[in-house]
Design a protein around this ligand. Structure first.
Ligand code: FAD
Length: 288
């Protein structure tokens, strides 16, 4: 099923993100995560691709196929382009098609100083156009409630986002954020700019201070005082911080659903405990 068809009035799409196991673990270790996630009935599960600028391999496609064939859940395969040639992308598209995948999240990818760009695709919009011209995949793209780090302004950022949609992206997934007001302001900018496709809000529960510090460096999300206070109080008490992080994420999601957002994309970090606690707390809210 194509992801845009999942959106309907009075329904909040609820989806998960997982990542391939580290290179040192066999790809099959993802079964433990998926076994524990699948009965939560997410509308779809996305699988990252060489995230953090790391070299990618076939594991995204392999895991997306497992999600579809074994768990009967729709997968969304991430695909980056900055370190790829057109030939590399063609190979990936063929592989994804053979795996029964129908949805791709088209990304530029982070720039890794150790992996010089191939210069055949400079922006995600070029990958979106390329996929649309050469296949029948539904194409999703990323968006940034607080603006992407490379963007000179929020206006430039939303204009570049509109370009991705004009090139064929029919669904957007947001970067994580900890202050919903950023997401609401972004939605207003996007809608004013004429972007009408469904936009899912990306929510990442905190599990440790180290994890959040890493994410803030990677994606530049700002930390509201309420969040910083929580981190400060519980930073040396991992179980308390995890529970506070779950409560914070649930609070964000309840507010987002009350504001009628199109969907929630939960960054599970392959942690079924977090995903279960959060999913069970909000499941009755998703279809009202
Ligand atoms: P683009 O849309 O190309 O935007 C990148 C920057 O270029 C922005 O500042 C944009 O405003 C600007 N820009 C766009 N078009 C133009 C133009 N024509 N002229 C000038 N400037 C322009 N990374 C991974 O490696 N693997 C993953 O699996 C992965 N998954 C992600 C999932 C989500 C939901 C999100 C939000 C991010 C993900 N990332 C992933 C990170 C992503 O690759 C980085 O944020 C990357 O730096 C930008 O990717 P993009 O697709 O948004 O790029």
């Amino acid at each position: 099923m194509k992801i845009p068809a999942m959106f309907a009035p009075n329904k909040t799409v609820f989806s998960f993100e997982v990542f391939p196991p580290k290179k040192t673990s066999p790809v099959e270790t993802i079964y433990d995560t998926l076994d524990a996630l699948h009965d939560l009935n997410p509308d779809f599960i996305s699988v990252t691709y060489g995230a953090g600028g790391n070299a990618a391999d076939t594991s995204t496609c392999d895991i997306a196929s497992i999600i579809k064939q074994k768990y009967k859940i729709e997968p969304l395969a991430h695909l980056t382009c900055i370190n790829s040639t057109k030939e590399d992308i063609d190979i990936n598209l063929k592989r994804l098609q053979a795996g029964g995948i129908e949805n791709i999240l088209a990304l530029r990818g982070d720039i890794n100083p150790d992996l010089p760009p191939k210069n055949e695709f400079l922006h995600a919009s070029e990958l979106v156009s390329y996929i649309k011209a050469h296949s029948t995949f539904s194409v999703s793209a990323a968006c940034y409630p607080e603006g992407h780090q490379d963007s000179p302004s929020l206006v430039d950022d939303v204009l570049h986002l509109r370009k991705k949609v004009e090139c064929g992206a029919d669904h957007l997934v947001s970067q994580l954020f900890f202050d919903n007001s950023h997401f609401y302001s972004f939605l207003e900018r996007a809608r004013i700019a004429g972007i009408t496709v469904p936009i899912e809000a990306g929510i990442m529960p905190v599990t440790s201070k180290k994890q959040i510090e890493k994410m803030v460096v990677l994606c530049g999300a700002s930390l509201p005082p309420k969040f910083a206070k929580m981190m400060q109080k519980y930073e040396h008490h991992p179980d308390a911080l995890r529970d506070a992080g779950i409560a914070y994420a649930i609070d964000q999601i309840v507010d987002l659903i009350s504001h009628n957002v199109d969907g929630i994309h939960l960054y599970t970090m392959n942690n079924p405990y977090l995903a279960r606690k959060i999913s069970e707390s909000v499941s009755n809210l998703l279809r009202v």
